[in-house]
Design a protein around this ligand. Structure first.
Ligand code: GTP
Ligand code: MG
Length: 574
């Protein structure tokens, strides 16, 4: 079987990913950043510094990125410009730590100075533009435009632009066809789709620019990214989920002495939700009216988690701003932790998410679909079920927590260990290929009708309600994160899992070919099962095999005489 052959191909690349998430720029990128002007600091890191950074916690990493973003500006550049002159000009305001260029609606530069004073100095020399026939809102943000007098000679080499978009499905297929094994394909897929260091910096910068707007009302507020921007499973092009964090304000007001004291007079709202809605509605309006580059602002305040949605044009990001959503940040930390314990976790999550998107199991439109968050929790649960387990349970992460990790949010105990080095993993040598195959078999035969997925216990639990799919919310344990999923969507998921499990058992799929998709790439082709509801683009080519596949799928489906898909429908009608 292919999976057993794969054992000897198991190749971990150490914690390269952890380096990327913790350390900032990769070696070659660092080099690029150091080459231009004498004012740009040389970025070399000793092994000790590197090791020290590797052991940092999720919070420490986020804080460092946030602080870097506060020392950064985003500059729209003309179509042609001289990079050295540009950097020389900016260096007059202080030392530049890092910079990079990218192209969305035009060329942009992200420039990080080594001190905040540089930003103040730069702002002092920046003008409010005189606009013809209209009037400018005089809001001095850190989104600037570079004006270059006269025409630019075309002899100057253009700077290198960093890619901010994910590869297309065709590019992915091409990339995967060049690999030698499914394991290599899964690793390559994660590397091709994951957020780049530059993209993460840009995401933090956009949050920081938004914070400047919200700060007009709440100077101590912090806008933090959460979700896939920080949880280590972000794919290029994914949205930026943001939290307006007002906890700093409440924290400073908790000081109580025994003598006289003062209190702020405050307006009161009917509930915390009402206050959140009112704050978000005002900030949404400000973003709409005063936020440079922010377009299509929608206040979605009646949602379970009220939010302001908008597009940030200069970065090309779709942004969701929420408030009072600390549990979601804790969930991001939890996924980050799981994503860093073993490289196979990210390989599997990226491949399952990519597979689900290719088959329209997930969607960017809200609805009865399984979400990426739910899928990730399903992968974690599956990895907790291996023998020996690849990932620890959430209860174990709580047991390992130190006193400073204690965290209770709205009555929910969200404590987890923050120091990764305290977690001891058991030795499990399964290849990513084997895990992918068994993931499909596991969920192709999971008793969704009666069992719920519970990563806190790492065990199936009896389903407390009749929704088609029940995945216990890791921290708000009375909630189901997949309540939205209906029986039809669950059936499609199960049918596709079975089909993919079956395909991975076929020898032909393992035949490395440079002309047709093989290995994981073959799983991205449209489904041949009628239940999956997707018409095959390559129908003609696959036709001869389809009846064989159906028969085999049927044989795989039967466990205890009833298909899981049928069980799902029965369950939904209860
Ligand atoms: P993308 O699809 O790449 O954006 O993944 P994502 O993980 O960012 O998901 P999404 O933008 O839908 O949600 C952002 C974050 O909100 C997630 O990472 C979770 O932390 C949290 N979240 C999303 N859905 C749920 C849910 O149903 N329950 C809970 N508790 N948290 C959720
Ligand atoms: Mg998201």
């Amino acid at each position: 079987m292919a999976a057993s052959v794969g054992v000897c191909r198991l190749r971990f690349r150490g914690f390269g990913v952890l380096d990327r998430f913790c350390l900032g720029f990769e070696p070659q990128t660092q080099k690029r950043f150091t080459s231009t002007t004498p004012a740009i600091k040389v970025q070399t890191e000793s092994k000790t510094t590197k090791a020290a950074k590797e052991s940092r916690t999720f919070q420490a990493i986020q804080e460092e990125r946030r602080e870097q973003a506060e020392r950064s500006v985003l500059i729209s550049c003309p179509p042609k410009f001289n990079e050295n002159k540009f950097l020389d000009y900016l260096s007059k305001h202080g030392t530049i730590n890092k910079h990079f260029f990218y192209n969305t609606y035009g060329a942009y530069a992200v420039v990080e100075f080594s001190s905040r004073e540089s930003i103040a100095s730069l702002k002092e020399s920046t003008n409010i533009p005189a606009v013809e026939h209209e009037a400018a809102v005089p809001f001095k943000s850190r989104l600037l435009s570079l004006k270059w007098p006269g025409s630019q000679s075309s002899n100057h080499p253009m700077p290198k632009f960093q890619n901010q978009s994910p590869p297309s499905i065709n590019e992915i297929t091409q990339l995967l066809s060049e690999k030698d094994s499914i394991d290599e394909q899964l690793q390559c897929l994660a590397e091709a789709l994951q957020l780049t260091e530059e993209n993460i910096s840009l995401r933090f910068l956009v949050c920081s620019l938004l914070q400047d707007i919200a700060g007009a009302y709440f100077p101590e507020c912090i806008i933090r990214p959460f979700g896939s921007t920080v949880n280590s499973f972000g794919k290029l092009g994914c949205d930026v989920d943001m939290i307006l964090d007002l906890n700093g304000i409440y924290a400073t007001s908790q000081k109580k002495g025994s003598g006289l004291s003062l209190e702020y007079q405050v307006k009161r709202g009917a509930s915390e939700r009402a206050v959140t809605q009112s704050i978000l509605s005002v900030i949404g309006k400000c973003v709409d009216q005063f936020g440079p580059g922010c377009v299509g602002v929608q206040n979605i305040l009646q949602a379970r988690c009220p939010l302001v949605r908008f597009a940030h044009q200069p970065s090309g990001f779709q942004c969701d701003l929420t408030a009072n959503n600390r549990v979601a940040m804790k969930s991001s930390e939890l996924l980050f932790l799981y994503g860093h314990l073993d490289p196979r976790v990210r390989h599997l999550v990226f491949s399952v998410r990519c597979w689900a998107r290719a088959h329209s199991i997930t969607s960017s439109i809200p609805g009865a679909w399984i979400t990426n968050f739910s899928l990730t929790v399903m992968v974690v649960f599956f990895l907790q079920q291996r023998n020996p387990p690849i990932l620890p349970t959430l209860d174990r992460l709580k047991e390992l927590a130190g006193p400073s990790d204690k965290c209770v949010i709205e009555g929910n105990d969200c404590t987890i260990v923050s120091d990764l080095s305290k977690i001891t993993l058991q030795r499990n040598t399964d290849t990513s290929e084997k895990l992918l195959q068994e993931f499909f078999e596991f969920y192709g035969n999971f008793p969704f009708n009666k069992a719920s997925i519970n990563i806190r216990k790492g065990k199936e639990q009896t389903k407390p309600e009749t929704t088609a799919l029940y995945i216990q919310n890791p921290f708000e344990t009375t909630l189901n994160v997949s309540k939205n999923v209906n029986a039809t969507q669950l059936e499609r998921f199960v049918a596709l899992c079975r089909e993919s499990a079956w395909l991975l058992h076929q020898k032909e799929i393992l035949n490395r070919s440079s002309v047709s998709p093989w290995g994981f790439a073959a799983l991205l082709l449209p489904s041949v099962t009628s239940g999956a509801g997707v018409k095959s683009r390559r129908k003609k080519k696959l036709e001869p095999a389809s009846s064989r596949i159906k028969n085999l799928l049927d044989s795989l489906k039967i466990k205890g005489g009833e298909t899981v898909a049928k069980k799902g429908s029965a369950n939904s009608s209860r």
